[in-house]
Design a protein around this ligand. Structure first.
Ligand code: KIV
Length: 275
């Protein structure tokens, strides 16, 4: 059965934890979906882990639509959320509405995600009014890395912690169905989780959130440029891939691959008649 925003809401009411992972392609989305994940985020982390940029700033609407549509084709049960990339909503309500619409129509998203608190309330309200579910994103919001001056834990003093709590309430009141809390002290994330009626999805925000999300390459050891403290490695698929690549290279070099069973036969008569 397809997970919907109602499934997320019910999970919070029932005290059941929500699991989410990122995906950027059909095969990975299908594997996560078959494993039983509740939601898949086509994150603009695409810029880092798939496209090799140093941040998410250069990610475009076309990138998100292209990868989002592939994920949507692979996700039969999981709720598919597609990130609104940098400058697709900050520039105003009209842009936000048009771009959210494109992610739904062309990317086949079930919901969109955007970063920010009180400053994006008009955009959230307009998108929700158009019938498009919105997931908020607070704390370390990577699209603001230049304003933050780096990737740092957010909300560590009273003033910034209070602002995060108010932002979470504002995002919920604007109509968001859930909110990601990234790199927020665990006790603050727990307080926010208790204060808002919508599910909080944590990444580096402790166990007190209603759900968790990780970038799948991080949890599988497939991305080695940097590893945030909050990542737990659930398998070393990156290591297994490297070993398999090395075995392939060695077999090609030695001539042991391909073997006879990997090729196609032809009658010797045909070969003999060639001149
Ligand atoms: O882009 C992304 O992958 C995200 C998650 C880290 C929440 O926004």
């Amino acid at each position: 059965m397809k997970n919907t925003v109602a499934t997320f809401q019910k999970a919070k009411q029932d005290g059941k934890r929500i699991s989410m992972l990122t995906a950027y392609d059909y095969s990975t989305a299908k594997l996560e979906d078959e494993a039983g994940i509740h939601g898949i985020l086509v994150g603009d982390s695409l810029g880092n882990v798939v496209l090799g940029y140093e941040d998410t700033i250069s990610v475009t609407m076309e990138d998100m639509i292209h990868h989002g549509a592939a994920v949507a084709r692979g996700a039969k049960s999981a709720l598919v959320v597609i990130d609104m990339p940098f400058m697709s909503y900050q520039s105003g309500v009209y842009d936000a509405l048009c771009n959210a619409g494109r992610l739904m129509k062309e990317g086949r998203a079930n919901a969109v995600k955007l970063e920010g608190g009180q400053e994006v309330v008009p955009q959230i309200k307009a998108i929700v009014q158009a019938g498009i579910p919105v997931m908020g994103h607070l704390g370390l919001t990577p699209q603001s890395v230049n304003a933050f001056g780096g990737y740092k834990v957010q909300g560590k003093d009273t003033e910034t912690a209070q602002k995060l709590l108010e932002d979470a309430k504002a995002v919920a009141e604007a109509g968001a169905f859930a909110v990601v809390l990234e790199c927020v002290p665990a006790a603050l994330a727990e307080k926010i989780t208790k204060a808002v009626p919508i599910p909080t999805i944590g990444i580096g925000a402790g166990a007190g959130c209603d759900g968790q999300i990780l970038v799948y390459q991080d949890m599988l050891g497939m991305f080695s440029d940097y590893t945030p403290k909050f990542v737990k490695r659930f398998a070393d698929i990156g290591g297994a891939m490297k070993e398999a690549f090395q075995a392939y290279i060695a077999e090609v070099a030695s001539g042991t691959f391909p073997a006879e069973e990997h090729g196609y036969g032809i009658s010797s008569d045909v070969i003999e008649k060639l001149y």
